[in-house]
Each structure stands twice: as structure tokens, then as C-alpha cells.
Ligand binder design. Sequence first.
Ligand code: GLN
Length: 487
Amino acid sequence: MELSRLTIHELQEMIKKGETTSSDIVESVFKRIDAVEDKVRSYITLLRDSALEEAQQADREIKKGNIKTLSGIPIAVKDIMCTRGVRTTCGSRILHNYVPPYDSTVVMKLREAGAIFVGKANMDEFAMGSSTETSYFEITKNPWDLERIPGGSSGGSAAAVAADECIASLGSDTGGSIRQPAALCGVVGLKPTYGRVSRFGLIAFASSLDQIGPFTKDVEDCAILMNLIAGHDPMDSTSVPTSVPDYREYLSRGIAGWTVGIPKEYFIEGIDPEVSGAIEKAIKEIEGLGAKCIEVSLPHTDYCVAAYYIVAPAEASSNLARYDGVRYGLRSESGEGEDLLEMYKRTRSEGFGAEVKRRIMIGTYALSSGYYDAYYKKASQVRTLIKRDFEESFKKCDVILTPTTPTPAFKIGEKTDDPLQMYLSDIFTLSANLAGIPGISVPCGYTKAGLPIGLQLLAGHFEEGKLIQIASAYEKHSKTEKRRPEI
Ligand code: GLN
């Protein structure tokens, strides 16, 4: 059995029993990377030397009996999270040479828990995209079909887990960027409640929507990583100072007596019949576990895409104003021009890709004087209505169940010329970010062509435990076979 195929909890057990070492695990992961990375392209930066060194150190500690939660476990991190001394590009040319002097809080927490960092995973530029095709560096391929996209924007983090190029990874989700690639790559992905996980050291896209969360091979690993990354951080004023439960305790509680809400607005025309078929099957299995499924309504669903594509670009245009070629990142190579403004213009024209420029333009327009009330303010009001829809529904049910995506992974290049089609691939995931609630995607089967399908579960604020509870019950009892991609 290749160690790279195993989960965190399986490897933890083996390490505790002395059946394997961190060096063996890390070597197994890099052997796998050597075999498949040329085809999959999950990583922007690989950290082979430091990982092997850290593994030896971990083994020395393990020998002394110092075993921590992630002692010796290889983890990948989306290249949007700052890593001290390790280039952090955010998938952009403008940050191609940026080496942060500090670790993001999540990276620090995983490091303290003993994790070994394998590399920085590929992503859409500044996390803007649903396919990882807007990365300045490369296109990540879906391990289940190398002609297809892995989803995005955390496509590298999802593909690396699916392809066993790491044991688990971290991504970020502003409108679906954890759940959508998790669904398309057949792994588990959780977006926590806004404020549950510190965003200190996460390069900002849309600050009122961004959250960091885990990609894992199963729900138990998801609980393990959530235990480590959740919690208040004085360095992030939006992180909430409430206590964090032990998410592992939710793993075997079952869901007898639960009510699961199925929002009628999410079963729309245009959803792939194989996706809806898999979701209907999952609903039956969940009923078989003792839950009652009822119809609920989220009447403002139709406005989610429009509201998101005002709020997110508006905040992005403001956040990205800092990339000006002065303190860090790219400065135009075509000379500095006549004055400061010329240098800014050249730097930003050369440094940002087309999708990022499109977002900056939409956002700047939406925030410009005279339009602010019509766009940003209006979108914020719609956001409140979307949040209320969920509050009303959660009075009637414990969790809400939907497909994660309307279709399985699409072909590379299929939607690059049609931004609206690309935006619509997040139609089921955006609402959770707008409402600030947590959501998880768990695998729920495959299409005839062998592409994974994801089931999305949503819960009220700070109810990640419930998501883990139902996802774990479903994962354990579902008759859906579990496959591995053949690369
Ligand atoms: N695909 C969405 C966008 O392009 C969401 C991206 C994300 O969650 N980072 O904005």
C-alpha cells in the first residue's frame, strides 16, 4: 500500500504504532508527485528539500514520544496563504517574486501541529475563477480526466488531494472555491462560517466573503483539520471569539430524527441529469439514515450571482489597489515611464491577467460616485435578504442539501471565452458566502464517464459540527462506491 494514498487518521495511527515514519510518508508523496505532477500540475512551488528535512526532524521528535496531531503529515497550501520565506504568488504575475516575511495564522497553526509542507498549490489568479485556468503559471488538470478542469479557484489544492500528491490541503472560498473544486475532484471540502478561521496572512480577494478551509480524503480528516485551524485570532479582527468544539465528536453521532431542507430553487433547468440523479439517490440514502427531507424555499436565490458579482469585484478592486509596484511584487520592466502614474499603469497592465482586470473594472465602476447606491449598496441589501432566506429555512430544518455544482467538470477551454457561463458554475455555492454560513461538499457518486459528483450541505452560522455529522453519516453508510482516479 502506497502511503501517499492514506488519510491523516490512518497515517497518525501508523506513526503512533511505529509502523511508518514521516520520512517514509514524505518520500511516498514525492514519489507520487514525480509520477503524476507533469500531467496534473497541482503545484506552483514544490518544497521537496525542506519537506524531507522537516520529516527527519519530525521522526526524531516522534522517536522521543513527542507526537502531535499532524506529526510528519504532508500538507499542501493554496498559494494565496503567506508562508514565511517561501514565495507566495496568488497565481499572479504581479506577485511572482513575492516572498512573505511571515506565516499566515493557519500555516502557523498547522506547522505547530507538526505538519510538513509539500508545496504551494496552483490557483486562479487572485482566486478569481472556477477552473484554475486564470493562473499566470499553468493550468491544473482534473486527475479524473486530464482534458478537464479541476474546478477553481483552489484547483491545485483539490487536484493534489485527489491525485495523492499530498495527504490533505488548505484552500480558500470566496464564492465556492473550496466546495466546487472538491466536488469536481471527488474529495471533501469545507468552507467554514465567516469568522470561524483566521484570515491573517490570506491574500485578500473579497474581504467580506473570504474564508479558509480544508480539502481532505474523508470527513474524519476534515474534522481533524478544522480542530486545528478554527478559532479566534487577535490578528484578524473578523475572526469571532467563540469557543471551538471538538469536531471529531460529531463523526459518529448519526442523524436520526434530523430534518434536511431541500431548496426548490436549486433544482433548476440546466442542471446535468446525472448530477440531479446522484443527488436524488443521496437524498434517499439520507432518509434511510433516519432523517426527514422536506422542501424549503430560498426565494432570493436568483439574485445570488448578480449580488456576488457586485460585492466581490467591488471589494477586490479596493483590495488590489495595493499592487502598485512600489513596495513589493512586480514593477514594470518596460521602464518606469515619465511619472509615478505611468509606472503604476504599466505595472498593473503587465502584472494582472484579463480576468483580474475585468473584476477591477466592474468593481471600480460599482463603487464610483453616483453608482455606489445603485450597485454596492443595493447588492448589500440583497445580501441581507439572502441571509434572511437561510435564517427562515433553518427554523424548519437542521441542514440544507443541494448539488455542489450544476455540472461535472467541464473541458479545459470550454468556458474561457464566456465569463458569464464560468460565473454560473458557482450558482449553488455563492449563497453560503453571501450569507456567511458554512458549507461542505462530499463526494456522492460518478457520471457514466467516471467524473465525480458532489453533494453540498449547508448549516447555520458556526454549525460546522452539524455538517461534519451528516457528511460523516452519509459517507459511512452510502452505498456509492469509492473510486480512485487513474492517472
Ligand atoms: N468562482 C468565483 C469567482 O470567480 C469564486 C471564487 C472563489 O471562491 N475564490 O469569483
